[in-house]
Ligand binder design. Sequence first.
Ligand code: PAF
Length: 281
Amino acid sequence: MITLYTIKDLQKAVSTSKNEEKTIGFVPTMGALHQGHISLVKKCCEQNDVCIVSIFVNPTQFNNPTDLEKYPRTIEEDTKILKEAGADIVFVPSVQEIYPEPDNRQFDFGQLDKVMEGKFRPGHFNGVAQVVSRLFDIVKPDRAYFGEKDFQQLAIIRQMVRQLNIPVEIVPMPIRREDSGLAMSSRNQRLTDDQKNEAVNIYRILSDSKALYNQKTVDEVRILVVESINKIPFLEVEYFEIVDGNTLQQIVDWKDTDYAVGCITVFCGEVRLIDNIIYYS
Ligand code: PAF
């Protein structure tokens, strides 16, 4: 495995591989890697001749400067586990390398980025689209891998790829969970043991609610989930919406869609956790 820091070096490596007719798989990350990321890397290695992983904490997707500052940076550990997972190239560019001048592009994702995360983190998805489109332009991957935990991000990236006609296959990967059910996330490192013990209730309550979808109305299920989670110490729901998995618009009746997903964000103390559950598809 090699680590490259500049676009020039990365493009040289990519062009050598393309000349040899090798397929390129790409896993964009912000580092602080966990087993969720590793499952993407392993799938990427399995499906492509070359697996490239980027580690770049993208400033344009943080609407809160403290969040950007506090984002864990664990590059040595990350490099070690990427090597073990079989990655071929790790790309670790500087902010100057990715944004030699400010990126002022404004994307229009219609309603997709106006709801849920988009409502609570204005500008977040525009920043994600800026960096991912830039990275796609540099890496020119055949396939790129994204986790389903960031359900809305995945929908937006698919839309961006369609809008910009980028010739890449987006490969979604299922949520990886701890044995307790807690969705793996770089942010879990910031939970105390007590908080972690309570955070497992998020998935438990979501899973239990799955059994109710044909017995209760959408709104009854939504309220039950929110009230049950809010009763648990440390936990406070920011939003829980039951949406159509393609349009991300809230449904009123189960009959409104054949793909219903519950998307949730919960504060556990100061730590913002996200998760989702597919009711049916
Ligand atoms: O999901 C993430 O870690 C980031 O949003 C991504 C896709 C690497 C873009 O910075």
